[in-house]
Write a protein that binds this ligand. Sequence first.
Ligand SMILES: NC(=O)c1ccc[n+]([C@@H]2O[C@H](COP(=O)([O-])OP(=O)(O)OC[C@H]3O[C@@H](n4cnc5c(N)ncnc54)[C@H](O)[C@@H]3O)[C@@H](O)[C@H]2O)c1
Ligand SMILES: [Zn+2]
Length: 366
Amino acid sequence: MERIRVKLKKTEDKSYEIIIGEDILKKIPQFLKKEKSAYVYVIITDSNVTSLYGQELLKVFKNSGLNSHLIAFHAGEAHKSRDTKAWIEDEMSKLKIGRDSCIIALGGGVVGDMAGFVAATYNRGLPCIQAPTTLVSSVDSSIGGKTGVDTPYGKNLIGTFYQPWRVYIDVSTLRTLHEKEIREGLAEIIKYSVIKDEKLFEYLEKNIEHVFSFTTKVLIHIIRRCCEIKGEVVELDEKESNLRKILNFGHTIGHAIENASNYTISHGEAISIGMVIEGEIGVELGFWNKLEFKKLLALLKRARLPVKLHKPLDITRIIDTMKLDKKARRGKIEVVLPKKIGEMAQVNGSYGIRIEEELIRRVLKL
Ligand SMILES: NC(=O)c1ccc[n+]([C@@H]2O[C@H](COP(=O)([O-])OP(=O)(O)OC[C@H]3O[C@@H](n4cnc5c(N)ncnc54)[C@H](O)[C@@H]3O)[C@@H](O)[C@H]2O)c1
Ligand SMILES: [Zn+2]
């Protein structure tokens, strides 16, 4: 028997910059001309964003003398699928897109996850620029490198970690969002403040109404802090072995609520309720104090988010979904719980805390 060892020590630097500002979308070609020389740029977007910003961005690229194309797929989570990925890849092949190209993911989280995944596998990987246009994608999906698609068996089941080359966040694009999309983003923003930043929590208490009125200064401040927090967490634990789990606050129960409602409850609404339930569990187990928990409740309400289920859901289905969660450990339910606003609790050095099914049932009934 012969044995050969293929040594692969990764030394690659995958660092990237996040640029946040007003009206920066149209400046992207200028930035690229200075520092990135791809032969072709492919803007991938969805059917809503294409008319709002996509066509315009393509024009700016072309006017700047950059060889560029735009591919738009149907908007909506239902199209974050393997079929759409294959369709985009075929469109790119028809355009003879080669390895010297760069993808620009222009849109919300659906576009970011889809275009990021295409970038990760097309020609074994093309650089990808994330240009988020929703609050959720600005503070969450465009950073951290998780890309992927849904299958009939579940959300985000197929995907890979693939870090962007650069992230451009143009807060001006947020002005066309519906209130519902603002609330979705606020649920994630409040989560960041609870897990890592008491000052951000206080800033939100003072300024949350300015988010609904799109005050640029406030948006930039909040988005910047959330990107810093997600960046710091991902930097320390890219593949979610411990610290990155704190980003799941509200999500273990939230995902199960989304699922049990057959997705009639949105992600942001579900994680808002999830943060309340997980927060309450934190209080019950003595990790967190009731006074701070009440502050969280008040802030979620001001963000126009639900804090409890308005229609009864099948609790057994919620529990079963939690046991099937990618993050569940051998059928045991693991959550992350606050210790105080700005810091999560740890048990034996681990942020993932196993809890009994009975406790969840009890709190869900409250
Ligand atoms: N990769 C990650 O780490 C990560 C994190 C969080 C969420 N996600 C994924 O992100 C997705 C949710 O993201 P989302 O909430 O941005 O959804 P989305 O991409 O579906 O966007 C929501 C809606 O807003 C429209 N839209 C986008 N930008 C707009 C604008 N500026 N003005 C008006 N309308 C606009 C879209 O066309 C869509 O109809 C989910 O698929 C989720 O799984 C991924
Ligand atoms: Zn989320």
